[in-house]
Unconditional design. Sequence first.
Length: 85
Amino acid sequence: MLKNNELEKRLFSLLPKELKLPHEQLTRESQLLEIGFDSLAVIEFKFEVEEAFGIRFTQSDTPPVTLGEVFDQIEEAINMVPGKS
């Protein structure tokens, strides 16, 4: 089971390199649009995470606004897979 901080470290390492802020300055509270993470970038990031973790996301009614919300959606998807949590 990945602990929250281990999971977040791994997710931060998968973030696109072209974001407006260096990864060291990003936090869970970082607003996606402010850091250059548009809706397409979120989708691409989720595809990369699906490959890295062997998971599949369900459709979410509410698009994420912060990096933390993206991470929470990923953690929820990981925890839904038997043997991954």
